[in-house]
Design a protein around this ligand. Sequence first.
Ligand SMILES: Cc1cc2nc3c(=O)[nH]c(=O)nc-3n(C[C@H](O)[C@H](O)[C@H](O)COP(=O)(O)OP(=O)(O)OC[C@H]3O[C@@H](n4cnc5c(N)ncnc54)[C@H](O)[C@@H]3O)c2cc1C
Length: 492
Amino acid sequence: MNRGAHLVLHQSFMGMFKIRVYFFLLGALAFSISNTYENIINAEKCIISIPDLTFFNQSNPGYSAVAKPFNLRLTPTPALVTIPYNVTVSARSGGHSYAAYALSGNIVVDLSEMKSVVLNPDNTTVVQTGTRLGDLALSIFNQGGRALPHGTCPYIGTGGHTLYGGFGHFGRVGGLLLDTVVSADIVLANGTLVTLTPQHHNNLLTAIRGGGPSFGIVVSWTYQTLPAPPTTVKYLILFPNSPSPNALPAADALNIYSLWQSFIQNKPDEFSAIAIFGNASLGNVVLAFAGTYYGTEEEAVDLLNPFINSIPSCLRPNISIEALGWIEGLGSFANGLGNGPLNTSLAPDSSLITNSPTPESNLKNFINYMATNGSLEKADTSWFVQADLYGGQIARLGNGTSFDHRSAFLVYQFYASSVMPPYPSDGISFVDGIVKTLTTSPAPPGYPNYIDPELVPDDLWKQAYFPTKATELRNIKDSVDPNGVFDFPEGF
Ligand SMILES: Cc1cc2nc3c(=O)[nH]c(=O)nc-3n(C[C@H](O)[C@H](O)[C@H](O)COP(=O)(O)OP(=O)(O)OC[C@H]3O[C@@H](n4cnc5c(N)ncnc54)[C@H](O)[C@@H]3O)c2cc1C
């Protein structure tokens, strides 16, 4: 065995387009396989486990033929020669896919070391896709007081997040993160690196602004930034005087949630709102409201007062209102509703979209289900449900994107988990039960960043995530990746 030999991948006619992708990425990502003997053996074991991969090592009879150089004076001895065929590739940016699809390919390209962020004089920013949201926010703020609309968890990667949407509190002001994309650099299945702009390859740019990871590996995004608002007013509305901490009897929760649903309609773009439900003792449910206002504290109080005053006085909540700077405001939601660092170097989901307020009869079933089946006494799973208010700029923008739910009013997320594996046996059926109280559709409208692997059968995901755009996206996929290098279970 030549200890100095690096892994050599050999092109076959059939595998040529795929291998170019791999070679390019190897170069672009400065990825190298260690040349220690043990690592070569491990790499070899790993490579030969890929289905449909033809390989030759030195003990294989075909080795001398495939390892024969043009210049016969030389006698190279690569550890392994592979002829990829039907090999799929997936990219991993922040690794936060709820369906683990970043790890779905036979070969995974981890972009986590590609994290440069440059703010240009015209206030666009070029961001490599290994950059996580917290680092992105800190970097563009420090470079020029700029901001982008995006999700709250600082560890999410800009790769997956932008490809499917990118929603956060600032979204009603700035849209989804994908709405701010002005161009992107992408490696295609034929191995080429292409810059997508509205003038060049606009259909592909439109596809990756919402259509997901099916079309190639995005190396960098160029976003149009916004000025960071001077003040983020954060508010929290809790019910600490209820039977158990922050829990309400089901009937009261129904009443208050209905009031909130009416209240949040037609609010200024600067106002964001979320509601969170969680488990409590039988007959009760935890209910809390939170959000931000990008303006003064007084304006925020004036906006919230009609809702607070409509709540029956016996249930009067505790309200906390805090005026923070932009970065402090992001940090204050970085750990759920609690504070967390934005700098990430320190350290079965489902969704449903409603386009208008849900009728009270459905809400009654929804809350009763959570207060009974989801109670501490009955559920053996830890769960919570979150509803996010959309609208504002999210509803107005949309040209040149593939996000298919511009008229969303509330986007629900449903989570069931256990602290440690195994996953609770009734976790998925419990979540399905909650969703069924709100809709009877087998594939209700959903947000693809909360990708649900249970929607794979019969391509239900296409109906849920891309009700009007699936055919168009499939056609674009056929034109750029006809052999399915970037295929995955919920990919075009
Ligand atoms: C704790 C948590 C909190 C969240 N909060 C929010 C939130 O506030 N708002 C919101 O909108 N969403 C939120 N999400 C959902 C999140 O936006 C998605 O899971 C997102 O797709 C994750 O992107 P990623 O790059 O971190 O994940 P990855 O797992 O790395 O990637 C997700 C998908 O994109 C593909 N991909 C990644 N990078 C690239 C690339 N460069 N080129 C091509 N394909 C690529 C992967 O192959 C995979 O299919 C949250 C998720 C978690 C786990």
